[in-house]
Design a protein around this ligand. Structure first.
Ligand code: NDP
Length: 332
């Protein structure tokens, strides 16, 4: 079996050389352990932060050790009463073709409820992030204007759709015409703006004639600078991510936002999904219900083959994904 190790702490945009493929024998489960075979791997922007040796809400990846992340896998051999061969599970496991897990590291999923890959996306970490960040921090009201950046990605696409369910007017910001078309014509956003166009500020201004009540920020940087000039009084800003600076060397600079926030009495709150850990059941229930009712749509960009995992990860910073980026490692 193969696994992927972090070979270097990347400088700027990571390169394929920062990852090494290591061959190992398939591990054997000990008492109370479960051997699983990876079916899908999740690649996520936050992993870039774990590649640096810096203090954060989550420990850095160790050099020359297996990288870990969200995985959907099938139980091959179980030494625990809680799992049996053939069970499909989700958990935070290695970028590896096989892993050994303890029962508290994995959770059984129901393959009949929805495609198993959705437990890494709309019914998993990114869906929950959208749900809690928008509803518990952004608190959109009917008729308000919600702007979301990174709108065609895993988190952003769910944010916009939940905001529509709550009766808000939704404006998405994304980086290609194909994504704009998806937001408008598949997800039914009220407006969508391409931030890579020279006319971005004007286009955004024209699409928020009533100003911005909630800004769900996934990207930071120049995109957010523009949105901050259009805030309404008492605007709420869930700060979810700032992918535009994840590969920056040195400090990011830009217009200062304090005066925009003072003038509007806006509220900005950073969060990580873990803040809502005691409430996940509410999120799973609502997301599952809306999915079954057809109120939520989702897209997955699936790269085939374990060997393509680094490339799939790097694609997140180039915007090659529509919806959730996954790697398919094996068939169930
Ligand atoms: P996405 O599926 O949105 O993929 C990343 C997207 O970011 C790309 O498709 C690309 O889209 C966009 N992007 C890349 N570089 C830039 C840039 N320089 N400026 C603007 N946009 C850029 O990823 P996720 O949905 O998984 O994550 C979205 C954000 O949410 C990330 O910042 C992530 O770190 C954060 N996050 C935070 C969590 C939390 O608990 N706080 C949990 C999960 C995610 P485009 O083509 O539009 O440029």
């Amino acid at each position: 079996q193969q696994e992927i190790h972090l070979a270097n702490r990347p400088k700027g945009m990571p390169a394929k050389e920062d990852f090494t493929f290591v061959k190992n024998s398939v591990p054997s489960p000990k008492v109370n352990e479960i051997l699983v075979r990876t079916l899908y791997l999740s690649v996520d922007p936050y992993m870039r932060g774990r590649m640096q040796d810096a203090k954060s809400y989550i420990a850095p990846f160790e050099l020359n050790k297996v990288i870990s992340g969200g995985v959907v896998a099938e139980v091959v051999e179980s030494q625990s009463d809680a799992f049996k061969q053939g069970d499909v599970v989700v958990g935070n496991l290695g970028w590896a073709e096989y892993s050994v897990a303890t029962p508290n590291e994995i959770r059984k999923i129901d393959p009949k409820m929805a495609p198993i890959s959705t437990h890494l996306g709309i019914l998993g970490m990114t869906g929950l992030t959208a749900y809690f960040g928008l509803l518990d921090i952004g608190k959109p009201q009917e008729g308000e204007t919600v702007v979301v950046s990174g709108a065609a990605g895993a988190v952003g696409s769910v944010v916009g759709q939940i905001a529509k369910i709550k009766g808000a007017k939704v404006v998405g910001i994304a980086g290609s015409d194909e994504k704009i078309d998806y937001l408008l014509n598949v997800l039914g956003f009220d407006a969508a703006v391409n931030y890579k166009k020279d006319s971005f500020w004007t286009d955004l201004k024209n699409s928020v004639p009533d100003g911005v009540d909630v800004y769900f920020d996934n990207v930071g940087g120049d995109v957010s600078d523009a949105v901050f000039t259009m805030l309404n009084r008492n605007a709420r800003i869930p700060l979810c991510g700032s992918i535009s600076s994840y590969n920056a060397e040195g400090n990011d600079t830009g217009p200062r936002i304090q005066s925009a926030m003072i003038k509007t009495s806006a509220m900005m709150q950073g969060f990580t999904l873990g803040d809502f850990a005691t409430d996940f059941e509410r999120g799973f229930t609502d997301l599952g219900k809306w999915l079954l009712q057809g109120k939520l749509k989702y897209e997955e960009t699936i790269v085939d083959g374990f060997e393509n995992t680094p490339e799939a990860f790097l694609g997140l910073f180039k915007g090659t994904n529509l919806g959730k980026q996954l790697v398919k490692v094996a068939n169930p």
